[in-house]
Design a binder for this molecule. Structure first.
Ligand SMILES: [Zn+2]
Length: 388
């Protein structure tokens, strides 16, 4: 293995070790086996169906190690992003306040974890990253993380609730699950480390029957398909995750103890909370380093970590911000408008030989925040950022 390979390999083991330490703490602590009893009775349930998006591919010069880091991190938002959500107001995409209140409560539950992402309800669809519809019969789904901005048209739904949430015994858990997708988390039951061996025909029959009536392709995409080990964080499986479906008996052949089904305990699991805090730790805005023109600042980040800088221009002109060093980063510039951070520009150089670079006209007397998240340093050496 060459130097570059060694460096990446070390970074992956660091990331994995960090997540595994976390997981070790959890299994020693309060995390416990899922409920034995189905708290909701044996009523057939409806399940979330995620939209399919093209899988990201990389050029031949991107090593599998580097690709793994990029895939594990790239759907996550830059920490500190404010996600604005909008409810469709009329026609068959709209719903009453009782349903919207459950979705609002779902955002509140993630907010109460104490994370660096904030949420705000807006009434103008053009202002919203998250556009929520209630089209009956269309299932519950959400795009995953930054796919929310990349894939759908600007006035299309990014999330849907296709049945009456107020009559669903899972209550707020369905919105919390969909918002989990919006935050960048995939289905936990598709974790390749779960080691679930399905009775595939039973699974196709179960999800192909009412009330879900899924095609075999939909069932495969949402249940049977294993995510590549590149797409998941860490290596352990969390059957209590909010991102895990509940399964009744007769669908799982092995592990033996799940032949009678898997029933997550409901709500956010300890590991859900640790994972979301890993990617979105609470921000400490007071300590952000000031980025001065022509002075480079070292990033010194581990994969997945982020650094934030404040820019207070003393002249109004066009500026360039760029990273230096052989690294994959995502860099986003915000303007501070009365304490509200508004997106100005962003660049993501992951999987390329380029560096993240933003050019923008900055105004004297205004305040800007530059956020940089590292995917990987694919060669030895640190990464720096400079403004000029
Ligand atoms: Zn889902």
């Amino acid at each position: 293995m060459n130097e570059r390979g060694k460096s990446i390999s070390r970074q992956i083991s660091e990331l994995a070790a960090r997540l595994e330490r976390l997981e070790g703490r959890l299994s020693a602590g309060t995390a416990s086996a899922p409920c034995e009893q189905n708290p909701y009775g044996d009523e057939p349930q409806r399940f979330c169906t995620m939209p399919e998006v093209p899988e990201r591919t990389f050029g031949p010069d991107v090593s599998p190690f580097r690709a793994r880091l990029i895939l594990a991190i790239s759907k996550k938002w830059v920490n500190g992003t404010k996600l604005r959500y909008y409810f469709f107001e009329s026609g068959n995409l709209s719903a009453g306040n009782d349903q919207k209140d459950l979705v609002r409560e779902g955002f509140e539950i993630w907010r109460n974890v104490g994370i660096g992402i904030t949420f705000e309800e807006v009434t103008n669809i053009g202002d919203a990253e998250i556009r929520i519809g209630f089209l009956r019969g269309d299932g519950a789904w959400s795009y995953v993380g930054r796919d929310v901005i990349d894939v759908p048209g600007q006035f299309e739904r990014t999330m849907n609730f296709g049945w009456d949430l107020t009559r669903d015994p899972r209550g707020v858990d369905t919105p919390v699950h969909e918002i989990g997708h919006t935050l960048g988390f995939p289905h936990e039951h598709q974790n390749p480390f779960a080691g679930i061996e399905w009775d595939e025909e039973a699974v196709y029959r179960y999800f192909g029957s009412p009330p879900n009536n899924w095609s075999r392709a939909t069932t495969f995409h949402n249940v049977l398909r294993k995510l590549s080990s590149q797409e998941v964080e860490g290596s352990a499986w969390d059957p209590n995750s909010i991102m895990h479906y509940e399964f009744g008996s007769g669908l799982i052949l092995r592990p033996e103890q799940y032949r009678q089904g898997i029933r997550p305990r409901g709500g956010l699991s300890e590991r859900d909370i640790e994972q979301v805090r890993f990617f979105y730790p609470p921000l400490d805005g007071g300590r952000d380093t000031k980025l001065e023109p022509f002075k480079s600042e070292m990033l010194s980040l581990s994969p997945g970590q982020q650094k934030n800088f404040v820019i207070e221009p003393t002249a109004t002109r066009r500026y360039t911000m760029q990273t230096f060093g052989q690294s994959d980063t995502v860099m986003v510039l915000f303007e501070d408008v009365n304490g509200d951070l508004t997106f100005v520009a962003g660049d993501d150089d992951s999987g390329t030989d380029l560096n993240a670079r933003i050019q923008a006209r900055l105004q004297r007397g205004r305040r800007y925040v530059l956020r940089i998240r590292l995917y990987s340093n694919y060669a030895s050496g640190d990464t720096a950022v400079m403004l000029w």
